[in-house]
Design a protein around this ligand. Structure first.
Ligand code: BGC
Length: 533
């Protein structure tokens, strides 16, 4: 078994293929388009690319309604294009993660179409059926308001199928050994095509018992078996689980080595709480409980993922506080638990956005950026639901923002053509040439965090008397030559800084040596290694 490519020092960079770059002028982004822009991705300081679903799908759920798990949607290219992209990523030292959607299929999937003809057939048994809906407490749909039930009647099957997500996404029964073998086959196919790992979509709902008999799986055993079967194909396969749970529930997913990392919603939620309160305590507390549960290399940090900003890891009262601060308008809210807005518009002030870009890079773990976040891209609340936070990449001040040669490309949203985040103002071409741009900051941060070993070390709190609004973290351990202090002022109010350490400044904004201005931040190298403040 070879050494795993995880953890790593660079960004994990999410690419939503239809919205990234259209190479053939049909208005839809494609795999050759991603390949065309790989140098840009490499220069940003990316070590892993995560390709969001590009499988054949009607895209009623941004591609998570998969029709064929081993195919490539012909709008985006073909398997040869995919393999060429992976080869070129590898040539640049970038590894590739793709989604493994194990919890459900689309209702157009061949398995479901065959299975619904006879519920007790081979494919019928791939899904979760009942003669009548079986109601159990807490078995609720993930998208309240958009989808209110977890059971839908199917005429052909003369029965009800269970769906935790949309009605067009029937749940797979992962307790069925044949389904497990299908998942292994899918994973094997992509590994043979060169991918380095998988994002296990909806990993927790996938292993949660459904309300009928014969649907129970032991999560530890399931993921261990999955890892070991995939490792037979590729010893260093990387598995990153989507796990919107408390740190204590994340721990068993990584401790047995089943998964290399989890997407950490707990820290994300507490970062927003800390920003709301302009006080770092929520982050310190979250880091404490995370550090004992899941080591930093096994945590993927993000500010905004590709869904809503889901605040389920906060208490009701904390969540309300964040809503009050970041969602002045009720149409910004979603599912009673989250926000539809994009990261930059939520920050409002450019310096505040820059401080959070730096904060993301400074947190222990692996930082995830989604395409365009490095530019401070906007959102579009006129788009329904989660689509508001999924903008198309803005390459230049050109028709369709340089995304496509077709000026009326369907994925370019109204908000990208006008307003404070339109592509005339916010684009790669413009920011590349501006040393003070968000893009150049994102690149600088990637280099700094690599030098500071932030992907692997824990961060400890540094005492900072008189500056209660500043998050002060020191990343250091006795086995490593890296010793870095990062300070982030979460508030608009200047804060005095009295640090009892000899340091040199690596990067600072609103940094005056003895004070941090509003939303200022600084990265310091400690010159006397050893010993914590
Ligand atoms: C993805 C969502 C998707 C859901 C169902 C999630 O975790 O991030 O976008 O709707 O899985 O597949």
């Amino acid at each position: 078994m070879s050494e795993s490519a995880w953890p790593h020092n660079g960004y994990l960079y999410g690419v939503d293929v239809p919205r990234f770059r259209d190479s053939n002028g049909d208005g839809i982004g494609d795999l050759p388009g991603v390949l065309e822009r790989l140098d840009y991705i490499a220069e940003l300081g990316v070590s892993w690319v995560w390709l969001l679903p590009f499988y054949p799908s009607e895209r009623r759920d941004n591609g998570y309604d998969v029709d064929d798990h081993v195919g490539v949607d012909e709008r985006f290219g073909d398997v040869d294009d995919f393999e060429a992209l992976v080869r070129e990523c590898h040539r640049r030292g970038i590894s590739v993660l793709v989604d493994l959607v194990i919890h459900h299929t689309s209702d157009h999937h061949r398995w479901f179409q065959e299975g619904r003809r006879d519920r007790s057939s081979r494919y019928g048994n791939y899904y979760v059926w009942a003669d009548e809906p079986v109601d159990v407490p807490n078995d609720v749909n993930v998208f309240p308001g958009e989808e209110n039930d977890v059971w839908t009647y199917d005429e052909a099957a003369h029965g009800w199928y269970h769906h935790q997500f949309y009605e067009f996404q029937p749940d797979l029964n992962l307790a069925n050994p044949e389904v497990f073998e299908e998942i292994v086959r899918i994973g094997t196919t992509w590994l043979e095509r060169g991918v380095d790992g998988f994002r296990l979509d909806a990993a927790i709902p996938a292993v949660t018992k459904k309300p009928t008999l014969g649907t129970e799986v032991d999560d530890r055993v399931f993921f261990q078996r999955l890892r070991s079967r995939l490792a037979e194909v590729r010893g260093d396969v990387v598995l990153v689980g989507e796990a919107d749970v408390h740190p204590v529930a994340m721990a068993p997913l990584v401790h047995g080595g089943q998964m290399d990392a989890v997407l950490d919603f707990a820290l994300n939620n507490n970062v927003f709480l800390a920003l709301t309160r302009e006080n770092p305590d929520a982050i310190y507390l979250a880091l404490e409980s995370l550090d004992t549960a899941v080591p930093p290399p096994a945590r993927v940090n993000f500010m905004r993922n590709a869904d809503e900003l889901d605040l389920q890891q906060l208490t009701d009262e904390e969540r309300r506080e964040v809503f009050t601060a970041f969602a002045p308008d009720p149409e910004m809210l979603l599912y009673g638990r989250g926000l539809r807005r994009g990261w930059t518009p939520m920050m409002g002030n450019p310096q505040r956005f820059r401080m959070t870009l730096s904060l993301l890079a400074a947190l222990p773990g692996v930082p995830l950026l989604l395409q365009g976040q490095e530019l401070g891209i906007g959102d579009d609340l006129s788009v329904e639901g989660r689509g508001a936070g999924r903008p198309t990449m803005q390459w230049a001040d050109a028709p369709a923002g340089g995304f496509s040669d077709r000026a009326d490309a369907p994925f370019v949203l109204p908000a990208q053509r006008s307003g404070p985040y339109d592509f005339a103002r916010v684009n790669v071409e413009r920011q590349q040439g501006d040393p003070r741009s968000h893009l150049i900051l994102a690149r600088t941060l990637a280099r700094l965090r690599a030098d500071a070993c932030l992907g692997i070390l824990q961060a400890r709190r540094v005492a900072l008397p008189g500056a209660p609004r500043v998050l002060a973290l020191r990343t250091w351990d006795k086995t490593s030559p890296c010793d870095t202090v990062t300070l982030h002022n979460l508030s608009a109010m200047p804060q005095p800084i009295r640090l009892d350490l000899r340091t040199t400044t690596l990067l600072g904004e609103e940094w005056h040596g003895d004070a941090l201005g509003g939303y200022g931040f600084v990265w310091l190298r400690v010159l006397e290694p050893g010993g914590m403040a």
